[in-house]
Design a protein around this ligand. Sequence first.
Ligand SMILES: *Cc1c(COP(=O)(O)O)cnc(C)c1O
Length: 373
Amino acid sequence: MKIPLVDLKRQYLNLKTEIDHAITEVINETAFISGKYAKLFEKEFSETYGVKHCISTGNGTDSLYIIMKSLGIQEGDEVITVSNSWISSSETISQTGATPVFVDIETDTFSINCSLIEKEINARTKALLIVHLHGQMCDMNKINALAKKYNLFVIEDCAQSHFSEYNNIYAGLHGIAGSFSFYPGKNLGAYGDAGCIITNNDDLAVKCRKFANHGGLVKHQHDIEGINSRMDGIQANILRVKLNYIKQWTIQRINVAGEYSRLLSDLKSVVKTPVIRKNTKHSFHVYQIECEKRDELSEYLNNKGIQTTRHYPTPLPFLPCYKYLKYEENNLPNVVNASRKILSLPIFPEMTTEEINFVVENIYNFYEKDWNN
Ligand SMILES: *Cc1c(COP(=O)(O)O)cnc(C)c1O
C-alpha cells in the first residue's frame, strides 16, 4: 500500500465531471482574470462564511501582504507573529517594511503562546498576525483582549483553517481581516495558486480590493499604486465546485483525526496525539503527532510507503533569512523542542479505514508494540 500525505487525484476523480465542466465553462466564456466567475466565487464564499466582504487574490501570501499594506503597516512598525508557521506569515511583514517579532508556542496546541505576547508589545507594535496552524484555533479571547488593551489590529492567517471554529465563530472572523490560501493541498484547494481576504470592515475591503488590482477599482483610474494579485476565472470556478463539499470534507478530516487519536492512544508513552483547544472546531489540515525517535519513525514509515512531513522542520526565527534578527534557541525553547519531535501523518477526507489502520499498525510495529492488544 502507498499512502501519500494528501491525495488530490482521488478527490479529482470523484468530482471529474463537475470540475471538467467548470474549467470548460470559463474557457468558453474567456472569463480568465477576475471577471464573472471570480465575482461568483466571492459572493458564494462570503455567503457560506457569513462575512460582508470577500476579495479574491492571486494567493494566500499576497492576501496577507495586501491586508497589511491596506492597514497602513510600514517601515518602523513591528508586527508580532508566531515562531512556527510557513514563511508567508513573516515574509509579508518584512515586505511592508515592518519587522516581524517572533513569539514561542504553547507545548500542547502548538499555537502562539499568548502569555508571552504582552512583553513584546511596545510603541512600534501595530498588529498581531496570528496563525491557526494545522487547523487549530489560537486562543482568541486572550488575543483579542490584548489587541483591545494596546489598540492593535488582529490579522488571522487562515491558510490552514478553512471553517475551523472558535466559540462557534469561523476562523477569519475574529480580527479585522482573515487571509485564506487556496493552494492545491489546502483544505479548500484550487488547481493552481489562489487566495482571498475576508473582512466585515467596509473601508478596509475597498482598500484591499484597490491595492490588489493596481490601485484602482475602475480600469485606467489608479488612485494609488498597487500590485497585480487577482484570482483566475478557472481557479474560481473550480473552487465554486469544491465549496459545495468543504463542510463534508471537514467532517471527514475530523473523523480521520479522531480515528488516528483513538488507535494511537495505547502508545501514549512515545506518541502524543493532538490536543484540541476547548470550545473550538479543529479542521485538521494537518494531523501532527509529537513522538520519540521521530527521524527513525519517519524513515521507517517512508520505507513502508507512508509519506510523512514536518510542519515545520526549522522554526521561522532560525531560518537563514532571519539570522540578522539574532534570535536565540534558549529564548524560544518550546518551538525548538517541538521542531525535533513533530511528525505530520497522511490526512485527507477520502482516506479509508484500511489506510488509517495501515499507518497506525506500522507505527506500532516501529515501537515494537502489539496494536491488537
Ligand atoms: C499555505 C500558507 C500560506 C500561503 O499561501 P499561498 O497561497 O501558498 O501563498 C500562508 N500561511 C500559511 C500558514 C500557509 O500554510
